[in-house]
Design a protein around this ligand. Structure first.
Ligand code: WQD
Length: 339
């Protein structure tokens, strides 16, 4: 039987790549989106890639009325919840906004699911829930101690989900803790389209390569790492999207609460990523060494073994593919999606 998945934040960066994979895997989708950080054009691009235009409802996850438009009109089997705010700096300036959208939004969504008897839920969590445990390789038993409001909001929703499952173990819930998603669909038709000046490294490098920004600021070169710059576990968004399909398959097999890190297990420094992008693009990436950014840890990555064990999932793509696909997207869409 063809299953119907509600994808909140379905036109966002990770959401859109996952929707393409869901369609390819034979799922029916309903996208729910407020377009606060994405464009309607994404729907057209998904159709261009897959030949399928997904069903779509515009709304706010905090609105029961908006959510009812989905649950009253489709028989939803599972929910993948991407909708949320995700900028660490902004979360420090606007804590209430982050707790409202990320925490309250999740509660309203879960309550609505409960009312309609839908109990299969995949949640976009983040490696940010770990904070800095004093070591670099994180596994799922690493203590949860977020150091910013964004991470705190993800941790709160995790606790709400653990409590929900504990009270009613007929729920089937996956908490997926993402490391650093980068890359784009190999077609170059969908990709990351940040608002304004990118906060994150890969989109910033891509904008320097395409000539939109003059140079990259490298935040610190005196960390205790291979070359002094920060190291992260970058994961190709195509691999990450595939992880969601695997999580849905696992949830479908029996009610459970799954918690897994999604990353490669490798780590790449800022300067190594700059080099790899220069190779992929054939462009020179100008950069300047700047002071460390507050709140940054020198290095961290995942131990990817639990994801392999529980989901049968591991990443396929390396840094070169991440850079090549980001570059293709950036070249085809130098100003992001058109309005
Ligand atoms: C990577 C490295 C920077 C920009 C953040 C969030 C996390 C998750 C992913 C979820 C670091 C350095 C960066 C720049 C630089 N978000 N850098 N110059 O900080 O690991 O994770 O995004 O939605 O919650 O915290 O990713 O890409 O910002 O930084 O030198 O202009 O690049 O110092 O070492 P980060 P990032």
């Amino acid at each position: 039987m063809q299953k119907t998945v509600l994808v909140t934040g379905g036109t966002g960066y990770i959401g859109s790549h996952t929707v393409v994979k869901l369609i390819e895997a034979g799922y029916k989708n309903v996208l729910f989106e407020d377009f606060s950080n994405s464009k309607p054009k994404v729907l057209e691009r998904i159709e261009q890639i897959t030949g399928v235009r997904p069903a779509f409802v515009q709304g706010d996850v905090r609105s029961l009325e908006d959510l009812k438009k989905v649950f009253d009109n489709w028989k939803i089997d599972s929910v993948i919840h991407f909708a949320g705010k995700k900028a660490v700096g902004e979360s420090e300036r606007e804590p209430l906004l982050y707790f409202s959208v990320n925490v309250e939004g999740s509660i309203v969504l879960l309550n609505t699911m409960k009312d309609y008897g839908v109990k299969e839920f995949v949640f976009s969590s983040s490696a940010t829930v770990y904070g800095d445990p004093g070591y670099d390789e994180f596994d799922e038993s690493t203590p949860l101690a977020p150091i910013n409001n964004y991470g705190l909001s993800k941790w709160m929703v995790e606790e709400i989900l653990r409590a929900t499952y504990k009270a009613d173990p007929t729920w089937s819930i996956a908490l997926l803790r993402y490391f650093n998603p980068v890359g784009a669909h190999p077609s170059g038709l969908i990709g990351e389209d940040p608002n304004g000046i990118p906060n994150n490294l890969m989109p910033f490098i891509a904008q320097v390569a395409v000539g939109k920004r003059e140079k990259l600021m490298v935040f610190g070169n005196d960390y205790p790492t291979r070359d002094g710059t920060g190291c992260r576990d970058y994961i190709h968004v195509q691999d990450l999207a595939e992880g969601h399909i695997k999580a849905l398959e696992a949830l479908n097999s029996k009610p459970q609460l799954l918690t897994v890190n999604l990353g490669t297990g490798n780590n790449t420094s800022v300067l190594e990523l700059v080099k790899a992008f220069e190779k992929a693009s054939g462009r020179k990436i100008n950069y300047e060494i700047a002071p460390r950014r507050a709140g940054d840890k020198a290095a961290y990555w995942t131990n990817p073994s639990l994801a392999l064990k529980l989901l049968g999932w591991k990443t396929k793509f390396g840094i070169d593919e991440m850079c090549a696909d980001t570059w293709k997207w950036q070249q085809l869409n130098p100003n992001g999606y058109p309005d």
